[in-house]
Design a protein around this ligand. Structure first.
Ligand code: UDP
Length: 240
């Protein structure tokens, strides 16, 4: 078990990207479902009020710090987080592993057409990967059972759930006993990045921990959502 850093009572694995890759790839070889989440400060703040989300994160098998705000907070109070481990980067390494080990993946989420574009691009980029299936994330509630049957019948080893947070974490938790895959990972907007419908910030922004700024400039309507970051830091300084 890796060390956990408690950020406002939310336990996050204090691991490097390398260790996270080792862990998640070992999960693929296991025989029970492992739940992997990639929270940012927004989720940590939501978990303060939402007890269900708090429990869900606490019951995860791997929780990686996706968000520079978590790293800054951890440094301020020596909580032990080592580096940022983003969902999109961890997904990339998991896809590389699946490609070289002939594992299969299923992508669920994104607007109609987006998951299909994502798996097409993934199949071209990660040669050898087995695409078990895909499904958009806008089906009706009553279709959930058939979506789960499709995922299970596909025989996928890894399921990427891309419904945005916290919807994806709640979805994984709700269906954890029905899912037959080895890994269910909540990776939000990664489906859009693989589909090419959204672009990741250039590397320079990523290295400087300014990815959020790039995203804000491209999608200014996110401003309100991003106000949570200063609120998170203030709360963390006072209580964390
Ligand atoms: N989404 C979905 N079903 C929904 C709501 C959202 O499939 O009911 C998808 C949405 O199309 C997008 C992803 O979930 O592809 C969320 O992306 P966003 O970047 O907002 O999430 P984040 O990564 O910031 O949590």
């Amino acid at each position: 078990m890796s060390k956990k850093a408690e950020i406002l009572n939310v336990p996050i694995d204090a691991i490097t990207m390398k260790e996270a890759i080792r862990k998640v790839t070992s999960f693929v070889e296991g025989d029970t479902l492992k739940k992997v989440y990639t929270p940012n400060p927004e989720i940590v703040m939501l978990a303060q009020e939402n007890k269900e989300l708090d429990r869900i994160v606490k019951e995860a098998d791997l929780v990686v710090p996706d968000g520079i705000g978590l790293i800054i907070a951890s440094k301020l109070k020596s909580k032990g987080l080592i580096e940022r481990v983003t969902g999109v980067d961890l997904m990339h390494h998991l896809l590389l592993y699946c490609a070289s080990n002939h594992k299969s993946i299923y992508i669920m989420g994104g607007k109609p057409g987006v998951a299909e574009m994502a798996v097409t691009n993934i199949a071209a980029k990660y040669k050898g990967i087995n695409i078990a299936g895909f499904r958009d994330g806008y089906y009706k509630q009553e279709e959930t059972e058939s979506v789960i049957n499709d995922i299970n019948q596909s025989g996928a080893d890894v399921l990427f759930v891309c419904l945005g947070a916290p919807r994806q974490e709640i979805w994984i938790d709700k269906h954890k006993d029905q899912l037959k895959c080895k890994v269910a990972m909540g990776v939000g907007g990664s489906v859009d990045i693989h589909a090419g419908t959204a672009k990741r910030a250039p590397e320079i922004y990523q290295k400087m921990g300014m990815e959020w700024f790039y995203r804000l400039a491209k999608e200014p309507w996110r401003f309100k959502r991003m106000l949570v970051l200063p609120k998170f830091l203030i709360k963390f300084i006072l209580k964390g």
